[in-house]
Design a protein around this ligand. Structure first.
Ligand SMILES: *[C@@H]1O[C@H](CO)[C@@H](O)[C@H](O)[C@H]1NC(C)=O
Ligand SMILES: *[C@@H]1O[C@H](CO)[C@@H](O)[C@H](O)[C@H]1NC(C)=O
Ligand SMILES: *[C@@H]1O[C@H](CO)[C@@H](O)[C@H](O)[C@H]1NC(C)=O
Length: 480
């Protein structure tokens, strides 16, 4: 029920809108000064007249396709019969900004519509205002909460603001962009955009350029965004840095031990070498401490000269203390007569060496394993050794069996035979101890073989074969 009422109501409303209201195109026109534009008001039926009022223009325009009384403003549309009332503005002026009103004479009454005409007006150059104040020389101590405000005055529409530090997006905390209307005389309404930025200053911020850039409708390739800049100067204690090393010094020559440090303002320096203190500009014994030499961008070259460098000098640690109004920092420098840092070149060589060594080792191990597994190559003759050490024999044989399993038994017997013969052939004089060992082994082998026979483990054929050659029984594990 209520739905039907709603649909009815909606229908009546739309009907009223189409019948009684004027359509406008566009609703808002955003233009730059000097632009040409077309504005149109429409009504569903024939209109008798078309009047248009434009802010900043003295006369009310009474327009039709037939006549054009005011230069620069002409009728725009498909004709009064088509219900169209529009205007072409040749060159928009700043003063035209505001509401354009069209009045359409229709069936004894007058209907009207409005179009917002926004004529963009380039804002003023941005201004950076410091909310935190530097000292009289224009410096901020490190750690200061730096705070600045950028204002872009009198733009239409309001300008956007973005921040940069040394041409990189600043990425600092900024306040919400604030738009303040600045109404002036007449219809000229302008806006001022304001944004604040803040962060804690570190030594890295020193000599950096903070930029506030305004982005506006009127920016063109030929008219780039406007900006304001502020160079931040920070005062800070000498910046800490890890131990430095100086290489390539010559023994017996004057050695220059130098280190580059950052500080603002200029630091005073003092070297300490194993208890000996050398202030800047002074010479103590063979040591001369130079005055810090400014390199630019808050950097100083600090140098110690050592006359007639000795080997012992290269084992010392050179302590440097740099002091300015904001604090002091200690540095350590080591020196060496070798031409290059030990890490760099050696590292590469060492890594290559290790890699090659490991690769070779792996290859050798793999070859050994493979050779053992297959019983080939040098291990083929290993049978000679089988009788020397029971351990080696035990290791070799499982593999040997694997390969010669099919005709294993006969083959095994042959092996024993040849071994036996070659053993007899070797002159016993060569190594009595060795001979003794072999003899012992034969005894134990015979004993174990006897044990196997006693067990009578169905290895009848085997025993026959072995017995036929009249040799001592072979070690049991050769074929069992
Ligand atoms: C300003 O910022 C708004 C919102 O981010 C954006 O829609 C608009 O296009 C910007 N204007 C300009 C001129 O960059
Ligand atoms: C010392 O000076 C040389 C050349 O002037 C420079 O290349 C080197 O980096 C400096 N050493 C240190 C530790 O700053
Ligand atoms: C620092 O000063 C020493 C001595 O004057 C000089 O030999 C060296 O080249 C300088 N180093 C740099 C980086 O300027």
């Amino acid at each position: 029920m209520s739905r039907i009422v709603f649909v009815l109501f909606a229908a009546i409303l739309t009907d009223a809108l189409t019948a009684g209201q004027v359509n406008v195109e566009p609703n808002t026109a955003l233009l730059n000064e000097g632009d040409r534009t077309e504005l149109l008001c429409r009504y569903g039926r024939t209109i008798n007249y078309c009047r248009i009022e434009i802010p900043g223009e003295q006369k009310v325009l009474n327009l039709s396709p037939e006549w054009s009384k005011t230069p620069g403003f002409t009728y725009y549309g498909a004709g009064l019969q088509a219900g169209q009332c529009g205007v072409t503005i040749e060159r928009v002026k700043a003063s035209n900004n505001g509401q354009v009103k069209c009045s359409l004479g229709v069936e004894g009454e007058e209907l009207s519509g409005t179009i917002d005409l926004v004529v963009a007006l380039r804002p003023q150059q941005p201004i950076i205002e410091l909310l935190s104040k530097p000292n009289r020389e224009g410096y901020f101590p490190e750690g200061t909460q730096f705070s600045a405000r950028c204002s872009v005055r009198d733009g239409r529409p309001p300008a956007n603001i973005s921040w940069y530090i040394d041409n990189m997006p600043a990425n600092k905390r900024t306040s919400q962009l604030e738009i303040i209307s600045t109404p002036t005389n007449d219809n000229v309404e302008l806006s001022t955009s304001v944004q604040e930025i803040q962060w804690h200053l570190s030594p890295e911020d020193s000599n950096r350029k903070l930029v506030c850039r305004s982005h506006h409708q009127t920016d063109r390739e030929t008219v780039p965004p406007q900006e304001a800049a502020y160079i931040i100067n920070v005062r800070y204690a000498p910046v800490h840095q890890p131990e430095a090393s100086v290489y390539g010094l010559y023994l017996d020559h004057t050695a220059i031990v130098n280190i580059t440090i950052r500080a603002s303002p200029l630091p005073r320096i003092e070297w300490t070498i194993e208890g000996l203190v050398v202030s800047q500009g002074r010479t103590e014994g063979r040591y001369s401490a130079y005055e810090p030499q400014y390199l630019g961008n808050d950097e100083y070259n600090v140098t110690l000269a050592i006359a007639g460098l000795t080997l012992e000098d290269t084992t010392k640690i050179y302590n440097l203390r740099a002091t300015n109004e904001l604090g002091l920092t200690d540095y350590q420098v080591r020196i060496s007569s070798s031409s290059k840092p030990p890490s760099n070149s050696l590292d590469v060589a060492a890594i290559v060496g290790i890699v090659v060594a490991v690769a070779v080792l792996v290859l050798v191990v793999l070859l050994l394993l493979f050779a053992r597994a297959t019983g080939r190559w040098c291990f083929g003759g290993a049978t000679l050794n089988t009788d020397i050490g029971p351990d080696s024999e035990a290791q070799i044989h499982p593999a040997f069996n694997d390969e010669e399993e099919l005709d294993g038994q006969d083959n095994g017997d042959e092996h024993i035979d040849t071994t036996q013969q070659s053993e007899e052939a070797t002159p016993p004089v060569t190594d009595k101890l060795e001979a003794q060992k072999k003899a012992d082994l034969k005894k134990t082998a015979a004993a174990t073989a006897a044990a196997v026979i006693a067990a009578g483990n169905g290895s009848q054929t085997h025993l026959n074969g072995a017995g036929g050659v009249e040799a001592p029984p072979k070690p049991p594990n050769t074929s069992v």
